[in-house]
Write a protein that binds this ligand. Sequence first.
Ligand code: CA
Length: 219
Amino acid sequence: MRILLAEDEQVLSDQIKTLLIAEGRAVDTVADGDEAHFLGSTEPYDMIILDIGLPGQDGISVLKKWRAEGIDTPVLILTARDGWSDRVDGLDAGADDYMTKPFNMSELAARVRATLRRKSGQTNPMFEKDGISFDTRNGRVAANGMPVDLTSQEVAVLSYLVHNSGRLISRTELSEHIYAYDGDRDSNTIAVFITRLRKKLGPDFIQTIRGRGYMIDAA
Ligand code: CA
């Protein structure tokens, strides 16, 4: 799952990025509103974390533009402690959630997970099908109750397919959602990850539709 992080406080931005990467997300960071608007309008993010106080265009203006353009990517806004009017404006402008600075990093991680689940229409954090379980809270995978060891890239691929279960996903779409903007995208690598996942999870969990992509049936 790929996230755009727009935050101009460098230290905070680095902390959030580190946290999200540890959670298996691909992260693009920007530090001003104009860049945030551009990337959010042109790249296919699974969610956006948007500071309200950004140089250039402020976060509320950026959010309003996205919504006016029909960009419906879930947005979590970050506001100052005394910024209740920003929170009201942000929610009215189409934000899905907010956090008030300073916040606890574990809470942010949990809100990101919840937002991504809501976007997928999944209320249950545990995805289970055909004896395979995927815990969206920690990326742990089990086959018939036995833990399965996956690399972080394999988890990233599996996570995107699980969050979009029931839908055919092309290699291009997968690579756009598991690599950051500057990531080394190669759709052949995706095929390698899928092959390894099928070895570890059995041949039936992930379906390959030749020439079109991959799919996990809805739970
Ligand atoms: Ca700021």
